[in-house]
Design a protein around this ligand. Structure first.
Ligand code: DSN
Length: 444
């Protein structure tokens, strides 16, 4: 691979190879990442990347789109069939513009949106105070309980008080099943649109491991690169319930994407999404989704056995949120950097009621989708839990000072220790050896 780049741009070639090495010799435990198939990567690097196709199939603003029309229609049809919806838009560049398009399709500026607070596991575009979504619209965030469960009593109270135009359910750090039916009851009581952001769990829904939101929600948005295992992109789907509420909803969504927010669609990505959707419709994908959940549960159980604390006590899906406060507040960064040093890539994250802050959060977010794609199972999950427990124990003397000077000095000292402490080398070698037994699909 990369032979032409190797000749034409050796500097870029070296970087691409270095990233392949990083992915092959280490393990992605970030729950929102995955490894696409070689077929998806081929679609991404196809000549469709060169074509402009503003508009929609059959109604483009550029000529030469006979093939593009077929590619986009095929991908749309696959999305509709896989998720059982009457309408799908496969053009959003990613989840953030997709969510913006949805709000602009159904809300006037200044109207109210309700989503899960970012620090409790929501997304920036669910109305976080520094996101444009809370500048253009009035944002009323809801929260998790201290046990890490969505506080539906609060959702109902806030919905009744604020009469939002749309309620968003879904997020980025929710280890438990999303109660779509309960959300639908609340949204229906106040006449709000219910929008499910299933970016994290789309592959689990397609694979039958999580309830589908389709009968409960009016609009469903998903990115395509997480558990769904496609390229980076997004889709907006309108359900029959959505069309029953507003017969023009699909048209409004399409117009919000173009001309509202985007220009030419990325046809190579759309082709890649189509390839991934075909893969996700196969029986093997059901097995894959089941293994993602089984692996996450094993990993969660083993971490607990090692005496570690998990938000909500475990997981129903692909994601685990560790509460590191048992070794001190604000320790997420130390653990994430130390794990990266040994080749395990998991990310620091806030936990509900975090005693620290978003820059120095007290949690660690872990996920099983990428490891499961590589074929890892129960035995490997147990090894991973053991390594994580060792790293948490080894780094526990590094505590986050309250003052800025102290913090910077401690972080500097910690980063230095990652280079000089020979203890990490042994674990790094063990992890590389394990990873090399489980190839990454797109890396030959
Ligand atoms: N940033 C993504 C995640 O990691 O969950 C969500 O967009």
């Amino acid at each position: 691979m990369f032979t032409t780049i190797q000749n034409n741009d050796p500097q870029m070639f070296d970087l691409l190879k270095a990233e392949e090495d990083r992915q092959r010799d280490g393990l992605t435990l970030i729950p929102s990442e995955n490894h696409t198939s070689a077929a998806v990567l081929e679609a991404l690097s196809s000549v469709l990347s060169d074509k402009y196709a503003e508009g929609y199939p059959g109604k483009r603003y550029y000529p030469g789109n006979e093939v593009a029309d077929k590619v986009e229609s095929l991908t749309r049809d696959r999305a509709k069939s896989l998720f059982g919806v009457p309408h799908a838009n496969v053009q959003p560049y990613s989840g953030s513009p997709a969510n913006l398009a949805i709000y602009s399709a159904i809300c006037e500026p200044g109207e109210t949106i309700m989503g899960l607070n970012l620090l409790d596991g929501g997304h920036l575009t669910h109305g976080w105070k520094f996101s444009m979504t809370s500048k253009f619209w009035k944002s009323i965030p809801y929260h998790m309980t201290a046990d890490g469960i969505i506080d539906l009593d609060e959702v109902r109270r806030l919905a009744q008080e604020n009469k939002p135009k749309v309620i968003v359910c879904g997020g980025t750090a929710i280890p438990r099943a999303i109660p779509f039916a309960e959300f639908a009851k609340i949204a229906d009581e106040v006449g709000a649109y219910l929008m499910a952001d299933i970016s994290h769990i789309a592959g689990l829904i397609a694979g039958g491991q999580h309830e589908s939101p389709v009968s409960h929600c009016h609009i469903v948005m998903t990115t395509t690169h997480k558990t769904l295992r496609g390229p980076r992109g997004a889709m907006i789907m309108v359900t029959q319930k959505g069309l029953d509420k507003d017969a023009e909803l699909a048209d409004k969504i399409d117009k919000a994407i173009i001309p509202g927010l985007q220009g030419g669609p990325h046809l190579n990505t759309i082709a890649g999404i189509g390839v991934a959707l075909l893969e996700a419709a196969k029986p093997e994908f059901k097995d894959y989704a089941a293994k993602i959940v089984a692996n996450a549960k094993t990993l969660a159980q083993e971490l607990t056995t090692h005496g570690l604390k998990l938000v909500s006590g475990g997981t129903d899906n692909h994601l685990i949120l560790m509460d590191l406060t048992t070794t001190g507040p604000g320790r997420g960064m130390f653990v994430d950097l130390a794990l990266d040093r040994i080749g395990l890539c998991a990310n620091r994250n806030t936990i509900p009621n975090d005693p620290s802050n978003a820059f120095y959060p007290s949690g660690l977010r872990l996920g099983s989708p990428a490891a499961t794609t590589r074929g890892m199972g129960e035995a490997e999950m147990k090894m991973i839990a053991h390594w994580i427990a060792q790293v948490i124990e080894h780094t526990k003397d590094f505590q986050l000072p309250d003052n800025k000077e102290g913090r910077l000095a401690t972080i500097k000292q910690f980063k230095e220790s990652l280079k000089t402490d020979t203890w990490y080398g042994g674990l790094r070698a063990e992890i590389k050896e394990l990873c090399n037994k489980f190839p990454v699909p797109g890396i030959s």
